[in-house]
Design a binder for this molecule. Sequence first.
Ligand code: SF4
Length: 261
Amino acid sequence: MRQDRHFSGKNDLGDAIAVLEYFRALGFERLPLGRGWPGKTSTVPDAVRRQAPDVSPGVCDSAEAIRPEAAADEKAGLLSALRAEIGDCTRCKLSKGRKNIVFGEGNSSAGMMFIGEGPGEDEDLQARPFVGKAGLLLTRLIEKMELQRKDVYIANIVKCRPPGNREPEPDEVATCKPFVERQVDIVRPSVIVTLGKVALQSLMNNTTLRITASRGKFLEYQGIPVMPTFHPAYLLRNPADKWKTWADAQKALERMQHGRS
Ligand code: SF4
């Protein structure tokens, strides 16, 4: 039996809070007053009501703090605009050997963002990040967290495949990194997981960081917690370390869901 409660429209505080929380659950940051107040026909699920916090005068401030209704669309638009700006990029020498630019993909409002080093052969062919054997391992990790790839955002430090799968060189990283920085700035995830040494050092702008010493402990980038872990390609060669990455992923998931780990 459906448990939704019809919103009466009466101005009691409980209903007001429930409505605010209802719209927050739908992704609204502000009440869509200009687009038609829900009125008597709208419903507020009991589950939503139960989650309503005990707030009083701050209720209007709470409405301001709710995420923008159009945030996801707006972010998707900004990401599309960034991709268009990159165009058929020849800003660095990696352009010479690539077949496709691998921009990145996923949820523009993702709570978790994965950042790798750069595309490999499969990624270069398909123009999608992490779709080869290492990508399959990352996908399994995401699914083990009870998420799907479409729930997260996945990108790389460099968008074009380094020849022979070598590491990207410092000048290539320096040229391409502003793009991933802007992706982070648009998505603003709750947590970033860096995959491997190059992603860690490049994002943090610190070449002294070592993955074995850094993994499992949160760093911070632009106010966003960063969990360094191994690159899936490393885990294919060293499967015994998979449990370490799983432990790192659980910490990241906890931080995303509850703001702690
Ligand atoms: S790696 Fe980045 S900067 Fe270099 S050509 Fe590709 S998109 Fe442009």
